[in-house]
Design a protein around this ligand. Structure first.
Ligand code: NCD
Length: 358
């Protein structure tokens, strides 16, 4: 049973709760000092099994600006993980020291696995190439601040839509608002996973898939550039083939509307020319700054909202079936129940969303 305010996926909260968090972030941004004692005496742990600059530091800065304290690691090799400790045991212990635990991990479904054994609120700061809900809250606040709305948007997403967890959570969230349209700009091998496309369809939103930025930039309200995720490729040859396919240049920006904005979760490698930074439509550094305020709001919301008691796993347990995703957390954390949503001809892994044909 989940009796904590976990944020594993955007659908852990309702659209009106997302709006509440965003409005709170706006209030905090306008008057941060008013919130400087709100988390006095509280402890937030940040367990980062994967590299991070913005997500980790904005969470830490957020808790410190709320008057709370932080513990954690940014390199699991400096913790008992290096001695072979399981995710379960690490989370069980650290969550008993903390009020809130923020975790980034390379395995898909790891945040849900952590929530199953934690004694405090769990926030998913990125689970492999799967989801990244707090980046999405950052992105929603940025869209609201820059464009004044979260609906009636034509959004271009460019780059690594297959492994880019930020795009998965963002598309899921924006599909929940009316009249948003997606233009998916990627090579066929880095296309958006079909389960995310299913979410777009289920909400009745539209998407098109194109190969180049040039053919679509003039139609967009927002262009979301992403890094090709080197660390997720099975082979370095495949990464080398894909790495510099897309680059947003100053020349291309001439064809964009004067009110279009460019967003990027960062880090940038080569996909946005540095010359674009001086264009007022480049919103990515403002976006990163918004991340701290939205995380302040999320921490406050998590600690003050009354938790809804509900099961963390709602599917069927099939311990004789193994998830076919080699990056699923169930591959190494053997104690986890193999829980699947049964859709008749397929089983959907409840940790990583992998579809398994029966
Ligand atoms: C992203 C991530 O880690 O998924 N960065 C971030 O959190 N701001 C994107 C990336 O690493 O390319």
């Amino acid at each position: 049973m989940d009796n904590f305010n976990n944020l594993i996926d955007m659908d852990d909260y309702t659209v009106s709760q997302w709006n509440e968090i965003i409005s709170l972030a706006e209030k905090i941004k306008a008057n941060p000092m008013e919130y400087s004692e709100k988390c006095r005496g509280k402890i937030m742990a940040t367990l980062f099994y994967e590299p991070s600059t913005r997500t980790q530091m904005s969470f830490q800065a957020a808790m410190i600006r709320l008057g709370g304290n932080i513990i954690g690691f940014d390199n699991p090799n400096n913790s008992s993980v290096a001695k072979g400790e399981s995710l379960k045991d690490t989370v069980k212990i650290v969550s008993s020291y903390s009020d809130i635990l923020v975790m980034r991990h390379s395995q898909e479904g790891s945040a849900k696995a952590a929530a199953l054994c934690a004694d405090c609120h769990i926030i998913n700061a990125g689970d492999g190439g799967h989801l990244h809900p707090t980046q999405t809250l950052t992105d929603l606040l940025t869209l609201k601040t820059e464009l004044g709305r979260l609906d009636n948007l034509t959004v271009g997403l460019c780059g690594d839509l297959k492994y880019g967890r930020t795009t998965h959570s963002l598309v899921k969230a924006l599909s929940s608002f009316p009249n948003n349209r997606f233009v998916l700009i990627s090579t066929p091998s880095l296309a958006l996973p079909s389960y995310i496309k299913d979410v777009i369809r289920a909400h009745g939103s539209n998407f098109t898939e194109v190969d180049t930025i040039d053919e679509t930039i003039k139609d967009l309200d927002m262009l979301y550039m992403t890094r090709i995720q080197r660390e997720r490729f099975a082979s370095s040859e495949e990464y080398e083939r894909q790495k510099d396919v897309y680059c947003l240049t100053k020349a291309k920006m001439q064809y964009a509307r004067p009110d279009m904005i460019v967003m990027h979760p960062l880090p940038r490698v080569n996909e946005i020319e540095v010359a674009v930074d001086d264009d007022p439509r480049a919103a990515y550094f403002r976006q990163a700054n918004n991340g701290m305020y939205v995380r302040m709001a999320l921490i406050l919301f998590t600690l003050t909202e009354k938790p809804k008691i509900r099961p963390l796993l709602i599917g069927e347990i099939h311990n004789n079936v193994c998830c076919t995703n080699p990056k699923c957390v169930t591959q190494t954390e053997k104690y986890l129940p193999h829980s699947f949503i049964n859709r008749g001809d397929i089983l959907i892994c409840e940790y990583c969303d992998e579809r398994i044909l029966l």
